[in-house]
Design a protein around this ligand. Sequence first.
Ligand code: 3PG
Ligand code: MG
Length: 410
Amino acid sequence: MVHFKTLNDFNVKNKTVIVRVDFNSEVDSQTKIVTNGVRICTHAQGTLKELIEKGAKIVVLSHQGRKGDIDYTDLKQHAEILERILKCPVKYVDDLFGEKAKNAVKQLQEGEILVLENVRSWPEETQKGTPEQQSKTNLVQNLAPLADLFVSDAFSVAHRDNVSMIGFTAVLPSAAGRIMERELTQLNKVLENPQHPCIYVMGGAKADDSLEISKYFLNNNVADNLLLGGIISQLFMAAKGLSLGKGTMDFLAQKELLKLIPGIQELLTNYSDKVILPVDVALNVDGKRIEIPVSHLPSEYPIFDIGTKTVEKYVKIISKAQSIVVSGPLGVYENNNFCYGTKTIFETIANSKTSILAGGGNTIAALDKYGLTNKISYISTAGGALVEALMGKKLPGVVALETATETKIR
Ligand code: 3PG
Ligand code: MG
């Protein structure tokens, strides 16, 4: 169990609070306009609104993209979006820790909020280091003396040891914001105290991540069963010695995924009975959906979805689950001929009334497409950070909160 302070532990009235959020959003590659503001909205309604209501003076730090990437922008439009969500003025300066930024911080009044420049406009932000080392940098040395409290709310960046994520925790009293708190609580529920049977429904294309997560969930008795679809299920079938045929094997070879097979075989020697694989598949036969039992493989056509019998089998197992983790679609759901597996399984999960943890870009998009978002008890805002957490890795941003300085608020 991780131990960290939260906003309940500090009186923030009239205190200057630096809040590290993750406003990193999808942007249009041409116009650079933010196309999905869900992360901004989540931080606004979860943590920033509370700090405003409690009369803090709020300094917001975030990144957006990386220099050189198409989604790298300043944070002016993020501040404007935040203003619309919060329905109160939000200040913005195009400076991170220079005189302009410091003056703007000093001028803040109770309940006011200021967004500083993209932390990744400053190259040292992404240098490696411990909280102690990161606290010696210009960002922390300039801003920390003006602040009373650091609030870490960016769980989705917690897998990075970036200066703005961990540096302040070495020199300022520090707390998890409400989003960080919620993400860690939900994650702990699954990883440390799962209700059994705990079922992991795993699909998607990121097979190397999926394998690492499978190992952690099986070796630590977190999941009772893995129900597999997508690319990872094809690799597991191949690892079991099933001949899938040219259509699928060429694709796996081209993606350089066949190298994962020995690791999967090793996992299967211990957990063969816990890993549930498709009994039938839908092939893409020149755009048409043709279902065959796996015993009729190999095929020259590629596998694009799990079949109807597999869906029935998975639905039965899901109906007995007490907790469910779901990541990744079970087939090529973007194509209507191959969405059946993903749609039916996701609907079953959403209606199952158990505790559900969902994460990953495609999972969220698919849940949204089928109107299921509101039925899922917990959808993580994180991508890479969630993946690393599900692999059992310690996240630097979380460790920094756990080991934060015990200094009392001034
Ligand atoms: C994300 O979108 O996953 C986070 O904002 C982290 O971004 P990064 O991968 O660029 O560090
Ligand atoms: Mg990114």
